[in-house]
Design a protein. Sequence first.
Lengths: 476, 744
Amino acid sequence: MLVRPRQHHRLTRTRREFIRDAFCGFSSLALASILQRERVRAASLNPLAAKLPNKVPKANAVIFLFMAGGPSHLETFDPKPLLNQLNGQPRPKEFGEAKYQFVQKNAKLLGTRRTFKKYGQSGIEVSDLLPHVGQCIDDIAVVRSCYGDMVVHSAAQYELFSGRVVPGFPSMGSWITYGLGSESESLPSYVVMPDPDGALEAGLPMYSNGFLPASYQPTMFRPGSRPVMNLDLPEGVSLRERRQTVDLIRSLNEATLRPEDDEFAARINAYDLAFKMQTEAPKVFDLSDESQETLDLYGIGGEPTRDYGRRCLLARRLVEKGVRFTVVVSGGGPGNRQWDAHDDIEENHLRMAAQTDKPIAGLLKDLKRRGLLDTTLVLWGGEFGRSPEAQTSKGRDHHNLGFSMWMAGAGIKGGQVVGATDDIGLRAVHDPYHFRDIHTTILHQLGFDQDDLSYPHLGRNERLTLVHGKVIQQIV
Amino acid sequence: MARRSSLTYWNEQFDHSMQLPLKNVSLLTLWPMLLAGVWLMAGVFTAAGETAVKDAGTTRSSNSEKVITEKDRAFWSFQPIKRVAAPSVILKGWAKTPLDQFILAKLESNGLVPSPPANRLDLIRRVYFDLIGLPPTPEEIEAFVNDKSQDAYERIVDRLLNSPHYGERWGQHWLDVVRYAETEGFEYDRNVADAWRYRDYVIKSFNQDKPYNRFLIEQLAGDEIVAEEAHRLQLDATRFSIEKNQSVAAPVTSEKLADAVAEPQAGWEVAEMREMQVAAAFHRLGPVRRNAGNQDVTGSRNEVLTERTDIIGAAFIGLTVGCARCHDHKFDPILQKDYYRIQAFLAATHEHDLILATKEEETAWRSQTNVIIQQVKKLKDGLKGLKGDEAKRLRQKIQETENQLPILPAIATVRTDDKQRTPIHVLKRGDWESKGDQVGMRGLSVLLPDGTPELPLETSNPRTALARWITDPQHPLTARVIANRIWLYHFGRGIVKTPNDFGKNGDPPSHPELLDYLARQFIDNGWRMKPMQRMICLSTAYQQSSRSPQAKSAMEKDPENRFLWRFTPRRLEAEELRDAMLAVSGALNRKAGGPSVIVPVDEELVKFLYKPSQWTVTSDKSEHSRRSIYLIAKRNLRLPFMEVFDQPALIGSCARRESSTHAPQALELLNGQTANALAAAFADRLMRETGANPERQIDRAYWLAVGRPPVVREKQLALEFLKSQSLKELVLALFNLNAFLYVG
């Protein structure tokens, strides 16, 4: 059911306190009908009931292709001929200063060995690392002028997800779930699919619901045979037995239910949802109903695209089921297993791009041909870019002053480039956009003004964007 | 004593009290003096309507500063705490305590009637969970129900307040408020050395009913007080190490520390000093970002100082001073400058890991550590050029070797170093690179007369000064804030609904006179919590039923139950829920204190840690069933069970827990490892205690789990279920009942 909330501000009330319309003379009604009404009301008490945003939305789902570790803009979407000319020289003074985590002041600039080619009708240049994504460029708006505040992984990852450089604040996935609820009763509304190679620096707090209620927490789809925790029955218990237990719980609860306790009724309902999840969610992992052509489109048939391709396909399947926010992580474990190319930008980015280029293009094409791209916003990027300077001799350090991200779908006007870095890719100099501007733009496409979603925390009505972000008007 | 709002008075008092005249006095005598010192400073608070002293000559305020107006000062929470008498009421005989008169008067004036008393079954379950966080046993329930004496309930309240489990329940509330965790978060998520000592300190302080003003002073400045004392005893004040002076006490190691605490005669002073240093770990509990490579020393220092300033505002004085970091507060009369003046009290505060070991132990630790560091270095050299599985194996080996690094018992505390005083500037938009005027230490403008000067920069023991300002009995916020927190934990909502925000954007008090009455009583009772809690638990208001015959009309008038026309049912918090499952199943290990326990979790979850080796499961399995407060509070890996039931994120101050209801909670309690293992233990217990008779099993299960016998319908359903299903499945269902998850 769809509930249109007047607004999403919580204003220091508990959910229970919202129920003002609870009692209107039920004493004459039969118990059964009271219970029936309790169920209806309990459904409206479900924090994850689907809600409409305040404005007509263009997107109803978001897929974030998170390139963890920080992909280089200089090797992907931001060609800099001057950088190649200045290869091996110190950074000319006129470009100004930058702070790095490792690179020292006397470091030399490093040219790129990548070649760039114009793709599509728009003729946007994309590097030879990403030939498949290049084919989709007319659907993509490349923001070349992104910047963040932090140059170390954990803090930058927190800022990318929550708009804050410290942990403890809700991630964009949690905010969006808080605002829109879930379209799906059998699946969680916010899903993270981490890279099986391992963890990231910011850890689980990066994805978390922060101070929002636990109903808005992410569900991790983990590698291995049991992707969703607690979805599998304990050993020796059959589904039929579990159904009986759930029925017993309902009957026992109803035996002593008092009408004034709407929260009790909501909890009874949660068990029906849980059971539904248990029986239906596993189906999403069964790819046997996908055609070979589709599997090939994502590169699921072979290496090195098999794993990321599978997760991209799962992301599409989740969107079809009504999941609101899906993160598909590329990179995990030690730095070089991420996009964190300190030692050798060539070796690292060739490998990471090869794993993801075809799957990402496959996802875009598949969403498009199914008509899902019209309502699904796809975001690509990492927590920062990489330094124009060399680290050691052929690596690049972290770099937060100017880098590229891209968006596609859900009304985003593709085939264009937004903003620019300077001639060596050091700093966003034209139309710079902060993470909070990216957040604001995503919320905008989902039908929210950034102030529409707020939650009181320690005296402030907190929102995803700490200070006001800008909508990137050029692409919406 | 007479109130004197003079600037010279403020200065004099600070100057004198800074140099504690401690010749030949022990800490025992120090305390009354400290507290007396606090009392002497009382005059600096601005009273309502009193014309503030203006002294342009001494004020440091710049022209651009926002002016604090009389209207600002007149806001209720900045007014002195009033001494109020309980109001008269119409309904006679209902009120058992003065609190009840306040409650009843409000109910009456709003046309509401209180609910009848709760039945004894509900009441004993309510007060057990409230005071000790555990359910009563069937035997305790039976004894209470059959006890016809007048003071049966009163004796239970007293017993629970004196139970060692009381501190485990109420300590958790405090740990929430002070953002307690044992690791630093961010990518390293490093352990704070033996942070559990702080947790034990909190539990012990609650059990002792330590005066709250002392409790705060210890946490804010325990290390400074110890340093003063060490100085007096001519010990090394910077690395206060008692073992250097054998005449004072015997050497203290971590194990021996526990003994010293247990035996006050032996080494009493040492234990006391240690405890205060542990208390000051308060400043170390926040998340800390550390990074390899280039260090941004000033920026990192600013992050730490910001975190420490914000928590003091939220936790102790209930004001969102953090909002004034970037600009003057939007709602409250808190200047941006005020924020940095509070921060200035922390300018000379630095991390300090105090080693608790003898010289020999420390030497042995150092050489062992060096050996392992060398081994790791060698292994890492071998990593170059390796790829694929070989590299993976070697990395694993490196990890395992690193895990062997020995741990030295320590106290993570802080110290004041006058030589390393960070200059504190007003920062434009809170950006540490946009420095404005430098500021010194001072309390909030709205609570001080106009033009009150900052303390001199070189003031020694600055946090002691801050602690005094906060714990001054004239401080209008400190006592109100804690009284409100206590009320909140008992009733599920505060008199002020926003416990960390007593400002204009916060919620106005539902019962302002009651709040002042409680705060005043609290101070008069020597800042002790238990007398207030006793009064609350014995009140008629608290003992009301959660079922009201007038629910329908009351719901219309007061849907939020602000005026307490009934007792509001509440869902058990994550820790209570796990502890109750342990208790009911007979598996609870009631051992108190000591290093935190790491329980097994799904291995896939451990892989989300950047260093999975940080989750080394406690080898002694009996430890796994200890109370939840003793489980490790690790920022980057919270137990899914706790997380799903709204345990706070362990990052900032949590004043009130969320109580959400959603399907993953049901999945956790149906399919989760904890629930199923404990259901099996519960079923075994029933078999042991009642044999194979299903009726007796069901009766006993209900008494244990929900503290009452099953009603006829419940028993029928359960009997029917047992015909085809196991006892384990039945008790698993009981763990999932509202009657189990809630107290009414």
